[in-house]
Design a protein around this ligand. Structure first.
Ligand SMILES: [Zn+2]
Length: 467
């Protein structure tokens, strides 16, 4: 009985909160084609990084916003690499909300594409172009949000700031680092929404709305093996190349231990509720020492994405050694892409790596670059996260909201390090679609763009509109 009453009360309360959201009737039938048109215009601007040339995208966004009566500013550390910031003022009763999308994209190997990557091409319900899901989708959603808030004259409790940032793809010094270091007051916010999440569909039905609340931290290391140079015709005992190969042979079977944090624990718990009994059995027993080895093995073979979020991972990505066939090189080097769990003790991790290699001729050299900062995960008990969950229930009632940790890195790391609760959201993609971020023939379902705008709209109304 008690449960029943609680349930009724809960339903009534949810209905009441839904009703309480101020109503601004957007005509989604006309907004949808407008959103797609602006998206394709943005895709047409080649902002491959390097070199970036994000100023082209920033000035385009600026003139679109200007036509709508929304003022914006450009901030550039280098003239060709501008960031755009636009702000709609609220009444100041709550702290600002920052909505971001990065304008730069990774480069392309044109020969691997059947279309020109910067001529958005529609085919079978998809739009193909570089940046389609990383990250001109989020940038477009942010732009459309500002346009709609302004057109509908939405009364806001907090400022809504739109940031289209440069340099997200490995050159954050001109983008988020520059803004945080030199223009923090322009983007300072209580909450932020950005890329990094995904709305995952299976056979056309949305299963879950993934909202990223933390991310792994790239901390590349170099393995440097040293030996004696010599003539290739006279093999000597200490050959740098072979030392390096044998060091990697030692590292390869080694894995950092698997463990959960608050976000991945919530992720697996919730994922279990929409999974088959066998899947749920695995998701619910990751911490069970008796079951863990088999689960670990299964994930490694069948669910590598899950393997990646359960531990600090190590992958060799660049090898350098030698320059002539008949010269034994004195040095050989491998770059390892280390992706650390947010709470990893890196000094201990490096010393374990040295111990596993166990060869003083092979040095483990952590990168001296600044890298993304370490930060605490964003909280799940905030008004912002509840607003995201509510938008999910409104738009995808059969699905669930799944808090997640991304294995990749985003500009939210810098914001979280400043104390901002930042959440990644993303468009609807099929769980089996192989044309995602950074892939050849990157694509997005055309209908995903208006839905992304709608999702952002209802989320922001909930957390920022005056009641
Ligand atoms: Zn991105």
């Amino acid at each position: 009985m008690g449960t029943f009453h609680c349930k009724v009360l809960f339903t009534l309360l949810s209905a009441a909160t839904l009703l309480a959201q101020p109503h601004y009737p957007v005509d989604w039938k006309t907004v949808a084609p407008e959103a797609v048109a602006r998206f394709t215009e943005l895709l047409r601007i080649d902002t491959s990084n390097p070199p970036g040339n994000e100023t082209k995208a920033a000035t385009w966004l600026k003139q679109v916003l200007e036509k709508e009566g929304i003022p914006s500013k450009l901030f550039a550390l280098e003239p060709d690499r501008a960031n755009l910031v636009a702000r709609l003022k609220g009444n100041g009763s709550k702290r600002p909300l920052l909505v971001m999308g990065h304008t730069d994209v990774v480069g392309v190997q044109k020969e691997k594409w059947s279309f020109d990557p910067f001529t958005p091409t529609r085919k079978d319900g998809f739009i193909y172009a570089r940046g389609a899901v990383d990250d001109k989708d989020n940038a477009t959603a942010g732009l459309m949000l500002m346009i709609l808030l302004k057109r509908m004259n939405v009364k806001l409790d907090r400022d809504v700031i739109f940031l289209a940032e440069a340099g997200e793809e490995s050159t954050t010094r001109v983008g988020i680092d520059f803004l945080v270091d030199q223009h923090w007051s322009e983007i300072e916010a209580e909450y932020a929404l950005a890329e990094g999440g995904a709305t995952i569909a299976r056979n056309g039905n949305v299963r879950y709305v993934g909202i990223s609340a933390t991310e792994k931290i790239p901390r590349p290391v170099r393995l440097v093996a040293r030996g004696h140079a010599g003539h290739g015709s006279r093999p000597n005992p200490d050959k740098a190349v072979l030392c390096l190969v044998s060091a990697w042979a030692d590292v390869r079977p080694w894995h950092a231990p698997m463990r959960l944090n608050d976000i991945t624990r919530a992720y697996f718990e919730r994922l279990a509720t929409i999974s088959t009994p066998e899947e749920a059995q695995r998701y619910n027993h990751i911490n069970d020492p008796a079951a863990a080895p088999a689960i670990e093995k299964y994930f490694a073979q069948h669910e590598p994405g899950h393997s990646a979020i359960l531990r600090t991972t190590v992958v060799p990505t660049i090898l350098k050694a030698g320059f002539r066939t008949n010269v034994i090189p004195s040095e050989a080097e491998a770059t390892l892409d280390v992706r650390a769990l947010p709470d990893e003790n890196l000094d201990r991790f490096y010393s374990e790596l040295r111990h596993v290699i166990g060869d003083e001729k092979v040095e483990v050299v952590p990168s001296k670059n600044r890298g993304r900062p370490v930060s605490r995960p964003s909280r799940l008990d905030t008004a912002m996260f509840r607003a995201l969950e509510q938008a999910q229930r409104r738009l995808f009632p059969g699905a669930i909201t799944l808090p997640s940790m991304t294995s990749g890195a985003t500009d939210m790391a810098q914001l979280r390090a400043q104390g901002v609760d930042a959440y990644g959201f993303g468009p609807i993609v099929d769980e089996r679609d192989g044309h995602g971020a950074h892939s050849d023939e990157e694509r997005i379902a055309e209908t995903s763009i208006p839905k992304l705008v709608e999702f952002l709209w209802y989320t922001v109304l909930e957390v920022a509109a005056t009641r």
